[in-house]
Design a protein around this ligand. Structure first.
Ligand code: CMP
Length: 136
């Protein structure tokens, strides 16, 4: 059924000038942009978004990274868009993400404390609803 997901172009994607390329891949796949905004997220917003990762070793570096520059937040719609965008994004680690995916083609390991992996996509309908309410 038609569903919605939250996609983020993370600060590394925006800083590297890859927003347009990433949007082009999403549009070429056929999903619909419902809403889009450039956000400089607060710590409070990020603590809500990443609540499940609190206490993990990469949590603080992750919040610092996500506050290092603007993020593009996208409300994306389509049949099975949650699963479809995650397939388009590739796996979390950009070094081993499959070529053909956003992370596999455009990402790499920069040797930093956090995986800079260009994009985020909600992982379930429950996460999508929760995250969309945080960012929009
Ligand atoms: P994402 O899946 O969007 O949300 C959690 C983020 O934490 C993830 O993207 C990576 O940016 C980062 N991350 C996940 N696992 C690790 C890890 N083992 N080490 C460093 N960063 C990670």
């Amino acid at each position: 059924a038609t569903e919605e997901t939250l996609v983020l172009v993370k600060p590394d994607g925006v800083a590297r000038g890859l927003t347009g390329t990433i949007l082009a891949r999403i549009e070429a796949k056929g999903y619909s942009l419902v809403d889009i905004r450039l956000v400089e997220p607060s710590r409070d917003l990020l603590a809500q978004h990443y609540a499940e990762h609190e206490g993990k070793p990469f949590y603080e570096p992750l919040l610092e990274f996500m506050m290092s520059g603007p993020v593009v937040a996208i409300r994306l719609a389509g049949n099975r868009v949650i699963e479809g965008f995650r397939s388009l994004a590739g796996t979390t680690d950009p070094t081993t993400a499959a070529p053909g995916t956003i992370r596999g083609d455009l990402g790499r390991d920069w040797g930093l404390a956090v995986q800079q992996n260009l994009v985020h996509g909600s992982d379930s309908p429950e996460s999508a609803a929760r995250e969309l309410a945080i960012w929009f």
